[in-house]
Design a protein around this ligand. Sequence first.
Ligand SMILES: *[C@@H]1O[C@H](CO)[C@@H](O)[C@H](O)[C@H]1NC(C)=O
Ligand SMILES: *[C@@H]1O[C@H](CO)[C@@H](O)[C@H](O)[C@H]1NC(C)=O
Length: 366
Amino acid sequence: MKSSYLINLTLWSIINTMLFLSKVNSQTFYPPDFPIISPQLMEAYIALQAWKQVITSDPNQFTANWQGPHVCNYTGVYCAPAPYDPFILTVAGIDLNHANIAGFLPEELGLLKDLALFHINSNRFFGVIPDSFVHLKFLFELDISNNRFSGPFPSVVFFLHSLKYLDVRFNEFDGKIPPQLFELKLDALFINNNRFHSALPANLGNSPVSVFVVANNDIRGCIPPSLANMAETLDEIILSNMALTGCLRQDIGLLRGLTVLDVSFNNLAGPLPESIGAMRNLEQLNVAHNKFSGQVPSSICSLPKLENFTYSFNYFSGEPLVCLRLPGNDDRRNCIPNRPFQRTPEECSNFYVQPISCGSIQCLIS
Ligand SMILES: *[C@@H]1O[C@H](CO)[C@@H](O)[C@H](O)[C@H]1NC(C)=O
Ligand SMILES: *[C@@H]1O[C@H](CO)[C@@H](O)[C@H](O)[C@H]1NC(C)=O
């Protein structure tokens, strides 16, 4: 059993060496004593050399030692036993966070088939995520945040069934947020600070994530009602600084595990649901800079773990005493009688001339 495996491996190595020799660019330094390590490490060598060739700036010299066959010694490259065979050493991680490298991601990176972590945050990579990433079937964490990637949402991630952590924030992606994203079995999803537009997909609530951040995009329309389906898993949701409209539904209170809820800087209207007072774990609640009105529910201000509840810049007309006692209470620019720093009586009476009827709001969801 063992020996036939070794023979196979040797055969594999020979085939791969031939393949390898035919693929290696003549400019690549190729030492005559190049050891046959494993097909995996040879493919990694091809991938990493191809990547190095398209790096146009590496001011901190992260890739300076990306030379020769010992890829496991390259800065930012981490090797580990293959998930399918503990006797094969393979490239399991790339970590070039904060390297400030400029360049793009070549198709050859798809040769790093055993990769579990790919972290390149805070660089100047541009272009798109290559389709060859579809081969990275063990990829668990993909962090390409704070780069200059552009184009539509990188749909290749829909084929990565091991993916748990997806972070594409602070790039220049645009177009729609695709519904397939919410069918992935992710644990954390960050898509904030891009140029996504249109509405949130109706199937948002199918996502099993515990953390979801989609702030600072040009997202219009309502919060999809399916949000309430995330009760079992959702811990933090940040939907701030977009163009969301409509009201918060009572069933948002089903999200009992939430610790952070931020819908600030939108155009949300109507009353603040009393049911938020059922989120017993809530620590941070930010509804500031919307068009909420009516009374601030005392159920919310009585939440046992609430550390910071911000509701300034709305049209609330009253707040219970328990809210005033919250540390750092911020009720500025509302329509609350006998409180300092409120909106003018004109602003408030103009707003309350036409009360918002949540039932009649047309909800745009994609
Ligand atoms: C790789 O790094 C290890 C540990 O630093 C060192 O012992 C080894 O000689 C290096 N191998 C090569 C070929 O550079
Ligand atoms: C509460 O949160 C708001 C909004 O995030 C922030 O500006 C403010 O500084 C926080 N206040 C406290 C007391 O932490």
